[in-house]
Design a protein around this ligand. Structure first.
Ligand code: ATP
Ligand code: PAF
Ligand code: BAL
Length: 285
């Protein structure tokens, strides 16, 4: 353990330094859990750190705003970058190591590899952010291989990402176990997200409608409603609150395939724009 609250986490910016620190942990016989993030840390991230501490002797948090998962039209430039504040939160949480590469360390000149994904990557986010999962998969596979972590903690808030990363690690035989963690919410149901800070006070008051609509749809489905009809109703509720819906869909919770058979586990997933902010959420039925 680091001397919590005293020294703070060790911060490294090169793969060579990262490997040297991890080698030290390994020599001491310690396990390592990784929490991949893009920074702008909030209580959802800290819950992942706590879950990581329950799994492994050492916890690393990566902070890297990954350019390859943003389209040129998206918010890469204005994505919140709050490194000092993030490190203070990680010190308070007792995190051991911060892996904070710059873009040149992660993608050196001549970088020439990309990933094509199917299965859980089909539809949903991919219909609206077609570049997104290839960028996530390449950076997450690099983070797994750079750290050699035994565990990696991912939030269910980004549910499709969790399924895609789990499949990718299995497909590539990367020996990092992907561990899901429940979504942390505000008291009114809004899922914590770094992008919530883009919301105006009025938008912030409206935003919980997504979670409310999903919750009502889950209740209807459990009471026997057809998932498609329940989601159409939820879509209307969200649109009437002034949001522009990208999708509200019921999918197989494990494969994210379209629902096919009665009795399969169901996940309800949503993405919608509130002004210039894109919010996502999902719940189990
Ligand atoms: N409310 C939350 N509860 C649990 N995990 C979360 C929550 N928000 C984010 N995470 C998880 O934290 C990890 C890093 O996510 P990221 O840094 O993109 O934060 P974010 O809040 O999801 O940001 P964004 O607003 O860009 O979606 C991911 O595994 C993500 O699922
Ligand atoms: C997993 C991740 C850190 C990859 O950049 C990002 O997509 C995120 O923060 O969810
Ligand atoms: N939390 C997922 C990262 C992204 O939307 O780019």
């Amino acid at each position: 353990m680091n001397e919590q609250g005293v020294t703070g986490p060790q911060i490294v910016g090169s793969v060579a330094d990262l490997r040297a620190v991890v080698a030290g942990y390994r020599r001491a016989g310690e396990t390592l859990a990784l929490v991949p993030t893009m920074g702008a840390l909030h209580a959802g991230h800290i819950a992942l750190v706590k879950a990581a501490q329950a799994r492994a002797g050492r916890v690393a948090v990566s902070i890297f705003v990954n350019p390859t998962q943003f389209a040129p039209t998206e918010d890469f430039g204005r994505y919140p970058r709050t490194f000092e504040d993030d490190v203070a939160k990680l010190k308070e949480a007792g995190c051991d190591l911060v892996w904070a590469p710059d873009a040149a360390e992660m993608y050196p000149p001549g970088f020439a590899t990309s990933m094509a994904l199917t299965g859980p990557a089909l539809g949903l986010e991919t219909d609206f952010r077609p570049h997104f999962f290839s960028g996530v998969a390449i950076v997450v596979s690099k983070l797994f291989l750079q750290t050699g972590a035994d565990f990696a903690l991912f939030g269910e808030k980004d549910y499709q990402q969790l399924r895609v990363v789990t499949q990718m690690a299995a497909d590539l035989n990367i020996p990092t176990e992907v561990v899901p963690c429940e979504t942390v919410r505000e008291a009114d149901g809004l899922a914590l997200s770094s992008r919530n800070r883009y919301l105006s006070p009025e938008e912030r008051a409206t935003a919980p409608v997504i979670h409310r609509a999903l919750t009502e749809a889950a209740i209807r489905i459990r009471a026997g409603a057809a998932p498609d009809a329940a989601m159409a109703h939820a879509s209307l509720t969200v649109a009437e609150a002034g949001l522009r819906v990208d999708y509200l869909e019921a999918r197989n919770a494990l494969t994210l395939a379209q629902l096919a058979a009665p009795g399969e586990p169901i996940r309800l997933l949503a993405a919608a724009w509130l002004g210039n902010t894109r919010l996502i959420d999902n719940i189990p039925v």
